[in-house]
Design a protein around this ligand. Structure first.
Ligand code: GLN
Length: 194
């Protein structure tokens, strides 16, 4: 399986390593034409505003919007912000590939980074493995509302931190920074089923 990782900005290399570890072939995506040759795409964490500017500058915005509307995509943190229907804090453009609203940098300054131990929902553990998960939140956003077609796979308290809609997954935490491989395994399983 060839899995693209958007490699304009942010921590794309950690995703590439994780994919290689799991036996997939990572492709660093920087040009629109590369989207034709991949089975799924990861939008990494980083800075969503910087990614927006680079995406537009590289002519990737429209091809990426079309890709994310149809094909398997996993967005983590800034990547999840790009996938949302609506972004606040402040408001900015997004791909609208998943029906949720998200607020950037929503944990506030003091605790803007933390590691939280969470118990994933059964919809996640049944398809991967049971057990708690460590969610690395770095200047993370908070999901404020989800539409009817979105399933919540992981919550931190009442806040959804991992979501699924059709072939798409979004996580507000950095699943590529711990040694828990379940998020990427679930994504690869979804890509493989198509
Ligand atoms: N604060 C970043 C943003 O709003 C996201 C941080 C991250 O990806 N770790 O884009």
């Amino acid at each position: 399986m060839k899995i693209g990782v958007l490699a304009l900005q942010g921590d794309f290399e950690a995703h590439e390593r994780r994919l290689a570890e799991l036996g997939a072939q990572p492709v660093a995506v920087r040009y629109a034409r590369q989207l034709d040759a991949i089975d799924g795409l990861i939008l990494p964490g980083g800075e969503s505003t910087a990614n927006l500017l680079l995406l537009k500058g590289e002519g990737l915005w429209e091809p990426l919007r079309r890709f994310a509307a149809e094909k398997p995509v996993l967005g983590t943190c800034a990547g999840a912000i790009l996938l949302a229907r609506e972004v606040a804090g402040p408001s900015q453009r997004s791909l609208g590939a998943m029906d949720f609203a998200i607020e950037r940098n929503a944990y506030g300054r003091q605790i803007d980074s933390s590691i939280r131990r969470v118990e994933p929902e059964r919809a996640f553990t049944e398809r991967t493995r049971p057990g708690a998960l460590e969610a690395v939140l770095i200047r993370a956003p908070i999901v404020r509302s989800v539409g009817p077609q979105v399933e919540v796979l992981i919550r931190d308290g009442k806040d959804p931190i991992m979501l699924e809609q059709g072939p798409r997954l979004a996580a507000t935490f950095h699943a590529e920074l711990t040694d828990d491989t379940r998020v990427h395994e679930l994504f690869l399983a979804k890509v493989g089923r198509r």
